[in-house]
Design a protein around this ligand. Structure first.
Ligand SMILES: Cc1ncc(COP(=O)(O)O)c(C=O)c1O
Length: 459
C-alpha cells in the first residue's frame, strides 16, 4: 500500500524566490482541521497526496491560505496544460454559467456544437467525429465497446480481444482498469474478462527488447490468434514512467492492425493538447490511430473527455444508444473550447517543445549525478519521469521517491505522490506556460532533494 503523508507539522527552512515561498511548518498547523476532516469523512484511498490545502492556483503556481506558494510540477494531474486559472477559460465558464445554462443532457446546445467542430478541426485529417464524455476512464470504456462491436461485426463473435500493454494505466472503471496492465489493480476484480491480453511495452528500461517481434511472440505465447484481436490500445506514452516506445515499433503495429483488421487506439488522455511538444502526442510516432481518447488537458479545468475517430467506427450505434448524462455539458464545453483557443493563440505547444527540450536535458543530468539511484529519466516535451531505484540495481525504490517528493514540497515545488512501476517514479509535468527560468529552478530543487533524501537514508 502507498505511504500516507503524516499530519505532524515539520519545521522546514524558509524559502523565498520569484516562484516559491515557504513561510510555515509543513503541513501547516492551521490546515490540520481541514486535513483531518478529509481523513475522517473520506475513504483511505483519498489519503495519497501530500498534505497541502490548495487555495489559489494561477499560471504555474499554487498557493495556500497561509502564505506558502509552490512552483507547480504537477498540473494537478496533467490537467492544466494552459496554466491554472487562465482568465480566458474562467471568463468562458462564468459567461456560460451566467447565461444561464448549466446543463442540457443530450439536448443540443451551442457550446457543444462549437467544441466538437473545433476538436475535429484540430484532429489529424480523416478524423471526422467527436463524442464527448466526462472522464478519461469513460472515454476508454467507450472505445473498448467500439472496438469489440467492430471486431464482432467484421470477424464474428471470437474477434473480441483487446490487446494492451504491461504497466499501462487507462483509468479506474472496471473495463478501463482491466485494459490496464498493473497486476495489483486486478487482484481484487472478480470474474476477470479473459478478452483483455497484455504485451510488454517497449520502454527500453523495464522491457529491454523494443522490437515489434516481441509483440507478435507474446500474442503467440498467450495463444491469441491475431484474427481474433478487435483492438490494440496503448497510452501514447506510459504515464507511470513517461515511457515512450520507438516510432518504428508503432509504425509496424499500424501495419499489423491493418493486416488483421484490428482497431488501433492511442489513449491520449495524458499526452494530448500539447503535453509532448506536439499538439497530439502520437505525432511523434508518425502514425495515426483509428480512434483516440482525450481528457485531462482538454479543458485545463472542468471534467470533460472525448473520443475522436473515423466515422465508420464512431457511427456504429444508433440514436440514443451511446450517451451519457453529462455528455457535452455546456459549461465544460465552454471551458474546453476556450482552452483549445488559448493553447493555439498563445503557442503553448511551441513553448512546451522549447522549454521541454531544455528540461529533458537538465533532468538527464540527474542520471549522471546519481547514477546508482536514478534508474532512468524518460520523457518528451513537458512530461518526464525520474525512476528511482535501490542502490546499484533496477529495483524500484518507492521510499526514496516518496521522500524526494516530501522534501520538494517542503522546498516549494509541488509534485503529486510517486507513480509508476513499484511507485518509484517522480513525475514532472508543469503547465505548458512555464518559463525556462521557473522550470530550471524546479529541476535544481529536485537535484537538492535527491541529495538530501539519500543523505537522510544514512542517518
Ligand atoms: C492515459 C490515461 N487514460 C485514462 C485515464 C483515466 O482518466 P480519468 O481519471 O479522467 O478517468 C488516465 C488518468 O490518469 C490516464 O492517464
Amino acid at each position: 500500500m502507498a505511504k500516507v503523508y503524516p499530519l505532524e507539522p515539520r519545521k522546514v527552512a524558509k524559502v523565498q524566490t520569484n516562484f516559491r515561498r515557504i513561510v510555515t511548518d509543513i503541513p501547516v498547523p492551521e490546515a490540520l482541521p481541514i486535513l483531518k476532516e478529509l481523513r475522517t469523512y473520506e475513504p483511505a484511498c483519498m489519503e495519497g497526496q501530500p498534505p497541502i490545502v490548495w487555495d489559489k492556483a494561477q499560471g504555474f503556481t499554487v498557493s495556500d491560505k497561509w502564505g506558502n506558494q509552490w512552483l507547480d510540477f504537477s498540473s494537478g494531474v496533467l490537467i492544466t496544460n494552459a496554466g491554472h486559472g487562465h482568465k480566458k477559460i474562467v471568463d468562458a465558464i462564468v459567461r456560460q454559467a451566467q447565461s444561464p445554462l448549466l446543463t442540457t443532457y443530450c439536448f443540443p446546445n451551442e457550446s457543444r456544437a462549437k467544441l466538437v467542430k473545433k476538436l475535429v478541426e484540430v484532429a489529424p485529417k480523416g478524423f471526422d467525429k467527436c463524442f464527448l464524455l466526462s472522464t478519461g476512464s469513460e472515454a476508454v470504456e467507450c472505445i473498448i465497446k467500439l472496438c469489440r462491436t467492430h471486431g464482432v461485426k467484421v470477424g464474428g463473435p471470437k474477434k473480441n480481444i483487446i490487446v494492451s500493454f504491461d504497466r499501462a494505466f487507462h483509468g479506474r472503471t472496471l473495463g478501463s482498469q482491466q485494459a490496464g496492465g498493473i497486476p495489483d489493480l486486478k487482484t481484487w476484480i472478480q470474474n476477470l474478462d479473459p478478452g483483455f491480453v497484455q504485451v510488454p511495452f517497449p520502454d527500453g528500461f523495464r522491457t529491454k527488447d523494443t522490437s515489434f517481434d516481441l509483440f507478435e511472440k507474446t500474442l503467440a505465447a498467450n495463444n491469441v490468434d491475431p484474427d481474433n484481436v478487435a483492438g490494440v490500445i496503448m497510452e501514447t506514452y506510459q504515464g507511470g514512467g513517461a515511457d515512450f516506445g520507438p516510432p518504428e515499433y508503432f509504425q509496424k503495429l499500424r501495419q499489423w492492425c491493418d493486416k488483421y483488421n484490428a482497431v488501433m487506439v492511442f489513449d491520449e488522455v495524458q499526452a494530448g493538447f500539447g503535453r509532448c511538444g506536439t499538439f497530439w502526442g502520437f505525432e511523434y510516432y508518425g502514425v495515426t490511430p483509428d480512434l483516440f481518447s482525450c481528457g485531462k488537458g482538454i479543458s485545463s479545468s472542468l471534467p470533460i473527455s472525448a473520443v475522436i475517430g473515423k466515422a465508420d467506427l464512431m457511427n456504429q450505434y444508433g440514436p440514443g444508444s451511446m450517451t451519457s448524462t453529462h455528455t457535452g455539458n455546456p459549461v465544460c464545453c465552454a471551458a474546453a473550447l476556450a482552452n483549445v483557443e488559448v493553447i493555439l493563440e498563445e503557442k503553448l505547444v511551441d513553448n512546451c517543445a522549447k522549454v521541454g527540450a531544455v528540461m529533458q536535458t537538465a533532468l538527464s543530468k540527474l542520471k549522471d549525478k546519481y547514477p546508482t539511484r536514478v534508474g532512468c529519466v524518460h520523457g518528451r516535451g513537458l512530461v518526464a519521469g525520474v525512476q528511482m531505484v535501490k542502490a546499484g540495481s533496477e529495483t524500484p525504490d518507492a521510499d526514496l521517491a516518496w521522500n524526494i517528493v516530501r522534501i520538494c514540497i517542503e522546498k516549494g515545488v509541488l509534485f503529486f505522490a510517486p507513480v509508476g512501476f513499484g511507485g518509484a517514479t517522480l513525475k514532472i509535468c508543469p503547465p505548458l506556460c512555464i518559463t525556462e527560468a521557473a522550470m530550471l529552478e524546479g529541476v535544481s530543487v529536485i537535484d537538492e532533494a535527491i541529495g538530501q533524501a539519500i543523505a537522510e537514508e544514512k542517518k
